[in-house]
Design a protein around this ligand. Structure first.
Ligand SMILES: [Ca+2]
Length: 349
């Protein structure tokens, strides 16, 4: 009897011990997992904080680079650098900082429609309308959109012809009001009356935002062929926007390998096309505004910022006029689909 009883007790003890051990093992595994996640989270938080500091440092670096090394380059050298689209890679202790520069004259500054005094700049309005036309919009729709963009930015509530002030936007669902000031970023164009998602996708690669009233002369030397319509719109002055396209094409086709060296060369080519009404005042060979994309990578962390600097090549230091966060904010390259569409449209006219 005794032996059987003690065997039973022994069995109970063994079972209890096994049960406790199983529970403890489960708790330990859960704890380990928790600790692992906590450690990883700490590493990530530290890496992102570090990447933020490096991104701030990169902004200072870019500013210094633009005022010294970049400013010292000859105009043709600047254009070649911007045209090459080769990023500048700076290794850091635990990662890299990649800086990509783009010529900001290759996109239209939406804030140029209103000058620094808050008045409508009719030349800029017409240029924007020409871009819209070259993107395939009918002329009347292009002008309406340009006027709506003026109304969005000007301080008054007087509606331009086919434009839109608060009254139009308050009737929308949800209702909103005009900004009455410059656009904070190109994406704000989506809020303008008359825009929709398809139109925005069309405009996206060709528009940007910078200093109020600033229209940097379109740099013929750094302009890639897929942005021909920016050049054609800048030449403008014709009844139909498409009439300027042959002159813009001629400028790119006859561009010397090392770039143009004087404004007269541009004037001669445009004059040679014998298209009336064209104006070369808006095109040039000097770099005055740039877009900069800075990608900071550090371990698992990545930070992307984009900047626009205006006023380069002048006596004053370059002015930071736009700061965007994330990849979306950088002026996109023209995708093959839009590229193909716009080229065929331009060619067809
Ligand atoms: Ca207004």
């Amino acid at each position: 009897m005794m032996r059987r009883g003690s065997k039973k007790e022994q069995g109970t003890v063994l079972l209890t011990t096994l049960l406790i051990m199983t529970i403890m093992a489960a708790i330990t595994v859960a704890l380990m997992e928790d600790i692992q996640i906590a450690v990883k989270r700490t590493i990530n938080v530290q890496a992102y904080a570090q990447a933020d500091w490096q991104a701030d440092g990169a902004e200072d670096f870019v500013r210094a680079y633009l005022t010294t090394d970049f400013a010292a380059l000859p105009e043709a050298g600047k254009a070649a650098l911007l045209g090459a689209r080769e990023p500048l890679v700076l290794p850091t202790l635990e990662g890299t900082i990649t800086v990509t520069l783009k010529d900001a004259s290759q996109c239209f500054n939406l804030n140029a429609l209103i000058n620094s005094e808050g008045q409508e700049d009719t030349d800029a309005v017409q240029e924007f309308a020409r871009i819209a036309e070259l993107l395939g919009l009918p002329q009347n729709q292009a002008i309406s959109l340009a006027n709506a963009l003026v109304d969005w930015q000007d301080a008054d509530q007087q509606q331009s012809p086919n434009g839109a002030e608060d009254g139009t936007y308050l009737r929308k669902n949800p209702p909103y009001r005009t900004a009455d000031t410059a656009l904070r970023g190109p994406e704000e164009l989506r809020a303008i009356h008359g825009m929709d998602e398809d139109l925005w996708e069309l405009f996206k690669p060709f528009v940007c935002t910078g200093r109020t009233g600033e229209r940097p002369p379109v740099n013929v030397n750094s302009l890639p062929v897929e942005r021909l319509l920016i050049l054609a719109a800048a030449l403008g002055g014709t009844e139909n926007a498409a009439d300027a396209v042959p002159a813009a094409s001629a400028l790119l086709q006859q561009r010397p390998q090392t770039g143009y060296t004087s404004q007269e060369q541009l004037d001669n080519i445009v004059m040679g096309t014998e298209v009336e009404g064209l104006n070369t005042a808006r095109i040039g060979i000097e770099v005055t505004s740039v877009f900069v994309e800075v990608v900071t990578e550090l371990g698992p962390a990545e930070r992307v910022r984009s900047y626009r600097f205006d006023g380069l090549g002048l006596d004053d230091t370059p002015q930071l006029t736009y700061r965007g966060w994330g990849r979306e904010t950088f002026r996109p390259e023209i995708e093959t689909q839009i590229d193909g569409e716009s080229e065929t449209e331009v060619d067809a006219r």
